[in-house]
Design a protein around this ligand. Structure first.
Ligand code: PLP
Length: 382
């Protein structure tokens, strides 16, 4: 048989999915590798989607999504994010992952460059590689609280740069970018005539600081904002997110959706509508649970003398495991075999992250604590 395309062969595997595959073959594993909220979505969302199927929402919708649902999204963006959104500036996508893919595909040509955070979510870089676009990494250094250095960003832009991507609250560091940082990056995008892609899928998972959407200050339609229902409403399997951008860009995203997925599943759109229209108490309680987990996790590691990066948002913790003298992949594999805890190896988030593992704490607290105790035992050679 002829080989697979180089396009596909060239996509590196995300280290997170790789661990999931390894862990699948073992029993009794505590899963701390993947960003999957442990809760089920609230009942009113489930009911809305089920009712929608009975009411006939079983058909294709417009590429961008049902106008009535986009109206609800526009209201949310206006009232909560300060973005002057309308139905024509929103396209619903199959998850946040497809939102960033649409953004990159619509604005770049092969050979162009996009600035990406390092450490960062591996899929951003892998998407660029798939599309023949070059990822150029800007560093989020511990000494700067994992925030970008404006001088470095400026220095990395070249005539081939098409966009800067920012992710706040950030995966894997949990950093929440302050308003000045985001405004500074938007200023750079304006000066250099670049697009700014914002990955805001963790916008509601905040412990300290405030979430800011740069599209609120966008003067000329260069910001492309990507959102998701996955993390906020524990709807990872529904595959639903949305993108906000200028009407012209949205037309481009609509064409892409038409070619690749047609539209987002219509019951999922109705579930998303209910998620935004109904009570937000679920989100508040979920974030409080994660805050408790974050505090417990930080305390356990700190008391044991293990360095961590305290997150202010999202639900991940970077743990410095360099004392084990192993690279992060070897650490992950040996930990999994010895203690049955699956974690993500730091190297998958960036070249300078090999001293870390990333754990997800979006689970019941007793499971988080059990997982951390096993990691501490492993580190102590027990
Ligand atoms: C930074 C970031 N962006 C986007 C996503 C994609 O989420 P989804 O496609 O489920 O909306 C994830 C998932 O982990 C993520 O960590």
């Amino acid at each position: 048989m002829r080989p697979l395309s180089n396009r596909v062969l060239g996509i590196p595997r995300s280290g997170i999915r790789g661990v999931m595959d390894l862990a699948e073959r073992l029993d009794g594993v505590i899963h701390m590798e993947v960003g999957e909220p442990h809760l089920q979505p609230p009942a009113h969302i489930l009911a809305a989607a089920a009712d929608a199927t009975r009411a006939g929402f079983n058909k294709y919708t417009p590429n961008a999504g049902l106008p009535s649902v986009r109206e609800v999204l526009a209201h949310k963006l206006r009232s909560e994010n300060g973005i002057p959104a309308t139905v024509d500036t929103i396209v619903m996508t199959p998850g946040g992952v497809f939102a960033t893919a649409c953004a990159v595909l619509t604005i770049t040509a092969p050979g162009e460059e996009v600035l990406l955070p390092e450490p960062g979510w591996p899929n951003h870089g892998n998407q660029l590689t798939l599309f023949g676009v070059k990822p150029v990494y800007y560093s989020l250094h511990p000494s700067r609280g994992f925030l970008p250095d404006p001088d470095e960003l400026e220095a990395l832009t070249s005539p081939r740069t098409k966009a800067i991507l920012v992710n706040s609250p950030a995966n894997p560091t949990g950093a929440v970018f302050p308003r000045e940082t985001l405004a500074g990056i938007l200023g750079l995008a304006q000066r250099r005539d670049l697009y700014l892609i914002t990955d805001e899928v963790y916008e509601k998972i905040l412990y300290e600081g405030e979430h800011h959407s740069p599209a609120a200050w966008d003067e000329d339609g260069r910001v492309i904002s990507c959102f998701s229902f996955s993390k906020t409403y524990a709807m990872t399997g529904w595959r639903i997110g949305y993108i906000h951008a200028s009407p012209e860009l949205c037309q481009g995203f609509g064409k892409l959706q038409e070619t690749l997925v047609s539209c987002v599943s219509s019951p999922a759109q109705k579930g998303a509508e209910a998620a935004l229209s109904g009570s937000q108490e679920f989100v508040r309680q979920m974030v409080e649970t994660y805050r408790g987990n974050r505090d417990a996790a930080c305390r356990l590691f700190t008391e044991a003398g293990v360095k961590i990066v305290e997150p202010h948002g999202a639900f991940y913790l970077l743990v410095d495991v360099s004392s084990a003298g192993l690279d992060s992949y070897a650490f992950m594999e040996q930990l999994l075999a010895a203690k049955r805890v699956a974690v993500a190896p730091g190297l998958t988030f960036g070249q300078h992250c090999d001293r870390y593992i990333r754990i997800s704490f979006c689970k019941e607290q007793d499971i988080v604590v059990d997982g951390i105790r096993r990691i501490l035992d492993f580190l102590a050679g027990k």
